[in-house]
Design a protein around this ligand. Structure first.
Ligand SMILES: Cc1cc2nc3c(=O)[nH]c(=O)nc-3n(C[C@H](O)[C@H](O)[C@H](O)COP(=O)(O)O)c2cc1C
Length: 159
């Protein structure tokens, strides 16, 4: 199987928290079936998302995402064949405003605003990995209760 990692950014068309929740619920259900993993970050009206899985599954999902009116201006930042997943076991993890803090932004973009469309592909990947680390820490600290929260969705798959 060609394992692909796709990272893109986009701008929200003005959606609210319920919309993000509904995107995540649908995404997690579909992605688990398609063996696609990743992380979605939403902050300052911008999305930054990583999708990883077989080339056909990732391409199919990205095509659907492109047609979604809840966002616009999608830009592919990275499209790479990879040996391993960065987010194995996450059908679609989620991080919001609180994790996207100044320190992290300065580290990966050199300024403190979240403008993912300006990130180099590898910086986008490193920022997402760092953000996923914040979820793992929270999970470790809070155990089972947090594991069931909106921010975290683990699948049994880990290929
Ligand atoms: C920012 C964003 C990220 C999304 N991520 C996913 C995803 O990872 N997987 C998925 O199946 N749908 C995702 N969606 C939802 C799809 O765009 C689409 O609404 C959903 O797959 C249902 O499509 P369908 O009605 O054509 O089956 C996302 C939508 C947005 C706006």
């Amino acid at each position: 199987m060609n394992l692909i990692q796709l990272i893109y950014s986009s701008r929200s068309t003005g959606i609210g928290p319920e919309d993000v929740e509904s995107i995540l619920l649908g995404a997690r259900e579909f992605n688990s079936r398609a063996n696609v993993t990743g992380l979605l970050c939403f902050s300052a009206e911008r999305f930054l998302q990583c999708l990883e899985g077989s080339r056909s599954a990732v391409n199919d999902i990205y095509r659907k995402i492109l047609c979604d009116r809840r966002h616009e201006g999608a830009e592919i930042l990275r499209y790479e064949e990879v040996q391993h997943r960065d987010f194995p076991g996450w059908s679609m993890a989620y991080v919001g405003d609180t994790a996207v803090n100044r320190v992290r932004l300065l580290r990966y973009s050199g300024h403190d605003e979240f403008r993912p469309e300006e990130l180099a592909g590898n910086s986008a990947r490193l920022l997402l990995l760092d953000l996923a680390g914040s979820l793992e820490e929270r999970q470790g600290a809070n155990g089972e209760a947090d594991r069931r929260s909106l921010s975290i969705a683990r699948t049994s798959e880990s290929a």
